[in-house]
Structures are given as C-alpha cells and as structure tokens.
Design a binder for this molecule. Structure first.
Ligand code: NAD
Length: 319
C-alpha cells in the first residue's frame, strides 16, 4: 500500500479520494527533526506539506522512498523545488485552489473598513452599553464601495478573481501587472448567464493616482517593497490599501506613517514581515484592519487543495 504522509494536514475530501484508490493516508504530525527517520522507517512515498513542514536538500537526499512532494497552497519557499526535481521527484502545488478565498477576504476587509467594522468590533464590547451614542457618531461617516475605483496590482489568478467581484459590485477596475497587458474576466451569474469583460492593464502610477482603494496580488521578490513611501505618495488622500499578498510587499513603516498623517484613511493586512511575530506597532494600530494570514483558510479552498493534490497523486501512480 502506498503511504502518503500529510504532515501539515489535508482535507477530508483529499483523504477520501486517496483512500478510495487504496492509498494509506497518515495525518499524524511528525516533528521536523524526526521526519527523515520516519519517512525511511515507514517507507513513505508521498510527503504533503503546507507551509510549516520543510523539505530541504538533506531530506530529499536521505529519503530514497520518496517519489512526490506536494504543497497544499501556492508558495513553495519551504521546499527545495529544483533540487528535488533534479533528483527525479515530482513536486506539486495547488496554485489556483485558494484564489477565490483570498479574493473574498479582500472584500471582507474592504467592506469592514468603509463601515469601521474592525474598530467598532473592538469598541462595542468595551463601551457599547455606556457610550452607544458616541460610538454611533464615531462610525457614522461610512462609505460605499459601489462606484469607487479599485486598483489591482498584480493581475494574476487572485487579482482576476478580485476584479470579478469588484465588477459585480459596480466598482471601476484599474489593474497593473508587470507582465500581463490584458485579461478577460468572466462573471458567471446565478441563472447561467455569463458576461466577459476585457480589462487592459495600465501603469503602476496610473493605478495609484486614480484608485480609491488599492489591493496587492504580486509575489514577493527581493527585499524592496512594491509599495513604499514614494508609491503611497502618489495615492489619493483618503484612499485605502489592502495587502493579502506577502509580508514586505508594502513597507510597513511607510504605511503606518501615512495612516498617522491622514494620507491614507484605510489599510488592511493579512500578511506581515516577520510572521509569526509581526510588529506590535501594527497590531496595536487603530486604523488597521488585521487578519493573521488567513487568505486561503476557508473550508472550500482546503477541500479544493486536498482534492487537487489527491488527483495529481492518483494520476502519477496510475502511469
Ligand atoms: P499569480 O502568479 O497568479 O499572479 C501574480 C501576478 O503578479 C502575475 O500576473 C505577475 O505577472 C504579476 N507581478 C509579478 N511581479 C509584479 C510586480 N512587481 N508588479 C506588478 N505585477 C507583478 O499569483 P496569485 O496566485 O494571484 O498570488 C498572488 C499573491 O498572493 C502571491 O504573493 C501569493 O503568495 C499570495 N497569496 C496569499 C495568500 C494568503 O493566504 N493571504 C494565499 C494565496 C496566495
């Protein structure tokens, strides 16, 4: 029986799919330092990880039974991918499975910000019974998203999912991508109707200068932030920004400064420099809508991830 070790967990749908084809799925987590010994003693052929477990050169060299390393999710920084492939291993990830979940989180933050939900949820337990009228006044100047312009930086899988939702809400979309010049965005409606919009991308400057809200969907490359003080300087006064991409894509200090000075009115972060120990100044900042890197963390995305990995594993062993 082929053994699959899902060391950072896998959805039930993934387990069911694999078991139905006769695979043994082990979900008991093995500590990183014991992983090589465990894979060898159990003759594990497939190692599945998310972001916690690493698969480095030493593991790849030491575990001769291993045929596949699978990453549930996108980024493969925790796997020595080319090294593994050069040694004849298959390495899979599931890049598209979580795009819709991340896109929905962007709107959770946007809607929450324009109605001060993040702030209101902090204050109501403290003062809701004693200071209701003042709180009502404090959060009275809400805004609507409809009719506003959403700037999307990085027009790949997630950027396009964000565009679909923005168009559906009646927002204008401006998109910038380093490599893509245009993309077709198809909206599927409840009654089976479809409507396709072609969105041409534009310069970063144009997006920053003309958007009411900006959302980032680029990979992290190098140490330089895509959005620093200079780029924030180009944005409209009172605009908002959302980062669900990777920590460091926005310069965190420049962001806090722009919020303190009233240049930006709203900001939301799902990802941080130095995770899992983000800056306490960010955590304590009143004007930030915060989530702990949960962009892909929906039941639906985890189901799709598990099912996609299972399908790839089953196909590989069928050959
Ligand atoms: P993708 O590769 O499909 O799209 C990225 C796009 O960015 C590409 O079209 C690329 O051409 C463009 N790009 C690259 N560098 C750029 C730059 N400097 N300026 C402008 N455009 C640039 O990736 P994706 O699946 O859409 O993921 C986007 C980001 O979201 C990644 O950083 C990924 O790590 C992150 N992500 C976060 C979560 C979460 O839990 N918050 C979950 C999944 C993915």
């Amino acid at each position: 029986m082929i053994k699959v070790l899902a060391n950072d967990g896998i959805s039930q749908s993934g387990i069911d799919a694999l078991q139905s084809k006769g695979f043994e799925v082990i979900t008991e987590k093995v500590a990183q330092e014991n992983l090589i010994a465990h894979i060898n003693s159990e003759k594990i052929e497939v190692l599945l990880v998310r972001s916690a477990t690493t698969a480095r050169e030493e593991l790849i060299d030491s575990c001769k039974s291993l045929k596949i390393i699978g990453r549930g999710g996108v980024g493969m920084d925790n796997i020595d991918v080319s090294y593994a492939r050069n040694k004849g291993l298959e390495v899979y990830n599931t890049p598209a499975a979580s795009s819709a979940s991340v896109a929905e989180l962007v709107f959770a933050h946007l809607f929450g910000m324009v109605r001060f939900l993040y702030e209101s949820n902090r204050q109501m337990p403290l003062e809701g019974d004693s200071n209701f009228k003042e709180l009502k006044k404090a959060y009275a100047r809400g805004r609507e998203l409809a009719g506003k312009t959403l700037g999307i930086i990085g027009f790949g899988r997630i950027g396009k999912e964000v565009a679909k939702r923005a168009i559906g809400l009646g927002m204008n979309v401006l998109a910038h991508d380093k490599f893509t010049t245009e993309a077709n965005i198809t909206l599927n409606f409840f009654n089976g109707d479809k409507k396709t919009f072609t969105v041409e991308t534009t310069s970063l400057e144009n997006v920053l200068e003309n958007s009411d809200f900006v959302t980032l969907h680029v990979p992290k490359t190098g140490d330089k932030a895509v959005i620093g003080a200079e780029e924030i300087g180009l944005m409209k006064t009172g605009a908002g920004i959302v980062n669900t991409a990777r920590g460091g894509v926005i310069d965190e200090d420049a962001l806090m400064f722009s919020l303190d000075k009233g240049k930006l009115a709203y900001a939301a972060l799902d990802v941080f420099n130095n995770e899992p120990n983000p800056s306490i100044h960010l955590m304590m900042h009143n004007s930030l809508s915060l989530t702990p890197h949960i962009g892909a963390a929906t039941e639906e995305a985890q189901d799709r991830i598990g099912a996609e990995l299972a399908e790839k594993i089953i196909t590989f062993f069928k050959k």
